[in-house]
Ligand binder design. Structure first.
Ligand code: ATP
Ligand code: MG
Length: 428
């Protein structure tokens, strides 16, 4: 209200606009506040000397402790020739023109004392509908990112995409290929971070967008699985995502992708479907997707790791050495996330989660890390030293064992009998 007042005091129109108005009407919290005005960027800067101006859209930004406030002069839609960027930015004279260039009716409302709503966004809010402003087919051809945005808003808000808008998304789905990986990634992250990410991914599939973004995943549609599995590969992947009890979008994505290597490794053997090494191929596919979508390096490597190593055993019979190997592969900081993917996988197969095995495994992870290694953990003992060197008990034996122990603490992989028996002779 202070921003609107300062613009008015200087003789300009000013409105809160877009997502903040939508969220206000939905009583959802807002971080980013967008304003539109008939003042030029230069005038806005005069009125708000504390603001920054540094982009081609004429947006002036004020950053405060409680959020980001952006003021942009009225604009209208320029011509688009590449489904990505308007050829030129065109200033507009009226608020109505500015609202007409916005993507969806629920995002095309303004507020200044009253709600200005030329496209009946309030009705669509009530009916929980995402509907294009104007002719849907034209709007998606102008800017194909809107295809993703429609699904993203529907997922975040729990809305339905209006029929004509939905038909136009399907008709234009292929245009998504023109959109950069970064922009698709940012929308996908918002979909995965929503309260019901599984609904978002199903909507992406029904809208025929998932087929463009992750074709390796949709290759599993209808692909049968043997044994305890009651779902096809794709349905199982969605169920695993839905069962993934973890707030991180990356871990959720790993749950969705854990079997992404199955379509490529599918082979019928003795009349049964098999997927040998699907976790290896799956890891490679996950890494490739992360590269296409320009993930940060650490996100890419974590996604790879979670897919690559999802096949570990949580049986109570595995050895401490196997538990240590597991920790070494996934990294101690990732063990909980890895177990969450594994649990999601099990629940997503329709198998009970057997949570006691997971709890037991977690205890063992802690236990093997608390275990302070000593000479008795060596793969050889004093008897081996005496036999190898043909000597009798004496101080030399302890000395050799201590030396071997120091070596394996440097490199735990050296703790095998064959290697150590050779080293005994060398050291002596
Ligand atoms: P949120 O910030 O909660 O994700 P938002 O609605 O504020 O949602 P932004 O991406 O911040 O979304 O965009 C602000 C406003 O700008 C939107 O509400 C919409 O009116 C307009 N807008 C953003 N991107 C586009 C686009 N690609 N095409 C048309 N209008 C857009
Ligand atoms: Mg916003």
């Amino acid at each position: 209200m202070d921003i609107i007042k300062r613009l008015a005091d200087a003789g300009f129109e000013g409105y809160l606009v877009g997502g903040a108005v939508r969220d206000m009407l939905l009583k959802r919290p807002t971080k980013d506040w967008d304003y539109t005005t008939n003042a030029s960027p230069e005038k806005i800067l005069e009125i708000f000397p504390e603001a920054n101006y540094d982009n081609a859209f004429g947006t002036v930004a004020i950053v405060t402790d409680d959020g980001l406030y952006e003021i942009t002069p009225y604009r209208k839609e320029g011509k688009y020739s590449d489904a990505r960027h308007p050829d030129v930015i065109v200033w507009a004279k009226t608020l109505e023109e500015d609202l007409a260039r916005r993507d969806f009716t629920v995002n095309a409302m303004a507020f200044n004392k009253t709600i200005i709503d030329p496209f009946n966004g309030q009705d669509d809010l009530k009916n929980k509908l995402i509907r294009c402003v104007g002719v849907p087919d034209d709007r998606f051809k102008e800017d194909a990112l809107r295809l993703m945005r429609a699904v993203r808003f529907a997922t975040q808000l729990g809305f339905t995409i209006e029929e004509n808008t939905f038909a136009a998304i399907k008709n234009n789905a292929k245009l998504l290929e023109k959109i950069s990986g970064e922009r698709i990634r940012d929308e996908l992250i918002k979909i995965l971070s929503a309260e019901f990410p599984g609904d978002g991914i199903k909507l992406l599939y029904n809208a025929e967008l998932l087929q463009v973004i992750i074709p390796e995943l949709t290759a599993g549609v209808g692909m049968p699985q043997p044994g305890h599995h009651i779902y096809d590969v794709f349905t199982h992947s969605i169920k695993a995502l839905e069962a993934c009890d973890n707030k991180s979008w990356l871990v959720r994505l790993a749950a969705l992708l854990h079997d992404v290597g199955k379509p490529a490794t599918y082979k019928e053997r003795d009349g049964k479907p098999t997927f040998y090494s699907h976790e290896t191929i799956g890891g490679a596919i996950a890494r490739d997707l992360a590269n296409r979508l320009h993930f940060k390096k650490e996100d890419r490597e974590k996604l790879y790791m979670l897919v690559r190593w999802h096949m570990f055993s949580v049986s109570e019979f595995i050895t401490d050495a196997a538990v240590r190997r597991f920790i070494r592969r996934v990294g101690v900081e990732n063990t909980t996330d890895m177990l969450d993917v594994r649990t999601a996988d099990r629940i997503g197969s329709g198998t009970p989660a057997t949570s006691w095995r997971h709890e037991d495994f977690k205890r063992r992870i802690i236990k093997v890390q608390q275990h302070i290694p000593s000479v008795t953990d060596l793969a050889v003992d004093g008897n081996d030293v005496m036999k190898a060197l043909g000597i009798l008990p004496g101080p030399k034996i302890g000395m050799i064992l201590n030396k071997l122990f120091e070596e394996i603490m440097e490199d735990i992989s050296k703790n095998n009998r064959e290697y150590l028996l050779n080293r005994i002779k060398e050291i002596a």
